[in-house]
Ligand binder design. Structure first.
Ligand code: CAA
Length: 257
């Protein structure tokens, strides 16, 4: 498939998706989100890819859902088209996805970053949910993911009063994994993704699934699910290889089987 609003490439075992509507600060219209999900899902099916990075440009990761596309819509039209549903497909991606964020990550942009598994931020990154300033609320997970990430008090201030977080604040509150100079944020995210992509693929998938399950279930259910997933990995060649390599004091050779 040829894309018009994103750039897609593979770097080693990492699939890289770059949002590419710079003239609109990467505002997330329906076409762009459909293309992003198509690319991520294709990488998810591709055995040559072990992890993915999604990024924008230095000035904007994404300034939110496309306001011009939504401005004239009625509630019924919004519901019927269900444009925001496409954002939800990120949750079903099995391989790790890292957001490399510089500049604005607002509204849907912040929500995409939070839907990813890790965030590497540049020193200029700014996170916020400004929907209140245009008379609405976050619609792609902001009210649910932000309190889980930064706590209720700060999420309330961000969503009810448009408080934005600097990169350093986002690090302090646990929203991002690390903050690096603007010149390095993409390389840093790619390096992290490449390291994860070099690990046992089935174990990486299982680990991601179980960490996400911890947000959905009671501790008792989550512990039972984790134990089950742990045992299931003992039917994989990678478990045999990983443990054998440890005993033989050599590097493992993963096959993803
Ligand atoms: N939708 C559509 N177009 C957008 C946009 C958006 N979310 N954000 C920026 N743009 C466009 C601007 O309209 C402008 O286009 P023109 O040159 O054609 O006028 C271009 O991008 C550059 O933007 P600015 O001139 O505004 O740039 P700035 O540097 O002065 O300001 C900004 C930057 C503070 C990020 C400002 O653009 C802004 O406030 N953007 C909107 C942020 C926002 O409200 N996001 C939430 C959207 S709703 C949402 O995301 C709902 C959800 O949960 C799914």
């Amino acid at each position: 498939m040829t894309y018009e609003t994103i750039l897609v490439e593979r770097r080693g075992r990492v699939g890289l998706v770059t949002l590419n509507r710079p003239q609109a600060l990467n505002a997330l219209n329906h076409q762009l989100m459909s293309e992003v999900m198509d690319a991520l899902e294709a990488f998810d099916r591709d055995d040559a890819v072990g992890a993915m990075v999604i990024t924008g440009n230095e000035k904007a990761f994404a300034a939110g859902a496309d306001i011009k596309e939504m401005a004239g819509k009625s509630a019924r039209e919004m519901q019927e088209a269900d444009h925001v549903a496409v954002f939800g497909r990120i949750r079903a991606v099995g391989k790790p996805v890292i957001a490399a964020v510089s500049g604005w990550a607002l509204g849907g942009g912040c929500e995409i970053a939070m839907s990813c598994d890790m965030i590497v931020a540049s020193e200029s990154a700014k996170f916020g949910q400004p929907e209140i300033t245009i008379g609405v609320i976050p619609g792609a997970g902001g009210t649910q993911r932000l309190p889980r990430a930064v706590g209720k008090a700060l999420a309330m201030e961000m969503i009810l009063n448009n408080r934005t977080l600097s990169a350093q604040e986002a690090l302090q509150y646990g929203l991002v994994n690390r903050v690096v100079p603007v010149t390095d944020y993409l390389d840093e995210a790619l390096k992290l993704a490449e390291e994860i992509a070099s690990r046992a693929p089935l174990a990486v998938r299982a680990a991601k699934k179980m960490i996400n399950a911890s947000y959905e279930s009671s501790l008792t259910d989550g512990l039972a699910q984790e134990r089950h997933a742990f045992y299931r990995l003992f039917d994989t060649e990678d478990q045999k290889e990983g443990m054998k390599a440890f005993v033989e004091k050599r590097q493992p050779n993963w096959t993803g089987k």
